[in-house]
Design a protein around this ligand. Structure first.
Ligand code: PRT
Ligand code: ZN
Length: 283
């Protein structure tokens, strides 16, 4: 079977998490900072390390079969690729932002104004949809300093913590698009068994990340109530302890309501609670 190629970011915000995800999928490869290509020794896959902006087109044109890139980059390059799996990292929002002391208050106030951005395509679509005629000034970096220099009235940029906006005297004004890293593939190749295998491995890693394995001890009379607190688990494992009338309950708890659940379990009589990370969940 043909060796697949996956393109990931060479350096930058998505590099480390992309490498970690592939390693967690059981793929074995060298990750030298200088190399542009790496061969996976235990799966027919080669990893290409590229600038993120080039990844969508490489996948569209078949130079790579798969790619990991931010949704924002795909929207900006307007390529034809298939969206295979959201990956849950690299989360951010593309926002319009204005100076703290601005007179711009509504979207309509942007009419005739200049907006600096590195994402002209996404911005143009948003402005057209809202029937706003503004001037788009495309710049490749440090967009946040342009209002202070008098180069634009507003900016359109990626925001995650909001720290960059704040330290440049700017405030978010409107959210345009949220984004996270996504696995993309070449159109028409979705059914390739190797791609399916890789997607399944990725999904099992993502599922495991969202959950914790929990073991707790309980007196037999509290078991019924404790089990009621464990929705979503088909049937927790219950093992008798050496001490008469006590059991250990093994179960899986979603990360998002973890602390709330632990408090409720303790109140229901759970003791000696041990929490462990899960590596993979294979359905
Ligand atoms: O060299 P290459 O072209 O590959 O990388 P790059 O410099 O173009 O991209 P990089 O590594 O900065 O980001 C890669 C991807 O990470 C982006 O395309 C987004 O999908 C995602 N991402 C997530 C972010 C951020 N969070 C982010 N905060 N990309 C950029 N930023 C920048 C933003 O541009 C702004 O300058 O961080 C600043 C804002 O951050 P806060 O935390 O101060 O709000
Ligand atoms: Zn880039």
């Amino acid at each position: 079977m043909k060796t697949l190629k996956i393109a990931i970011q060479k350096s930058g915000r998505l590099n480390e998490k992309s490498v970690e995800l592939l390693k967690n999928c059981g793929l074995s490869f060298e990750n030298y900072k200088s190399s542009l290509i790496s061969t996976v020794s235990n799966f027919p896959l080669e990893i290409l390390f590229l600038r993120d902006d080039d990844i969508p087109e490489y996948v569209q044109d078949g130079i790579a079969d798969l790619g990991i890139v931010g949704e924002n980059v795909i929207s900006e390059t307007e390529v034809e690729v298939s969206f295979l799996q959201l990956l849950g990292f690299g989360k951010c929002t593309l926002k319009l932002a204005v100076q703290n002391n601005t007179e711009i208050e509504t979207l309509q106030d942007l009419e005739g104004k200049a907006i600096a951005t590195s994402y002209p395509v996404i911005l143009k679509k948003f402005l057209d949809k809202n029937q706003i005629d503004a001037e788009i000034r495309t710049i490749s970096g440090s967009v946040e300093i342009s209002p202070g220099l008098g180069l634009s009235d507003a900016i359109f940029d990626i925001v995650s913590t909001g720290g960059t906006l704040k330290s440049n005297g700017l405030k978010p004004f409107a959210d345009v698009m949220s984004s996270q890293a996504i696995l993309i593939g070449r159109k028409g190749e979705e059914d390739n068994p190797l791609i399916q295998e890789l997607i399944q491995r990725i999904q099992s890693v993502l599922r495991a990340k969202e959950t914790k394995y929990v073991v707790l001890n309980a007196a037999a009379e509290n078991v019924e109530q404790i089990i009621k607190l464990l929705p979503g688990v088909k049937s927790p494992t219950i093992v008798p302890l050496a001490e008469e009338g006590w059991v250990a309950i093994h179960t899986v708890i979603p990360e998002r309501d973890f602390w709330e659940k632990i408090t409720l379990l303790k109140a229901a009589g759970a003791q000696g609670i041990v929490v462990m990370p899960i590596e993979k969940i294979i359905l």
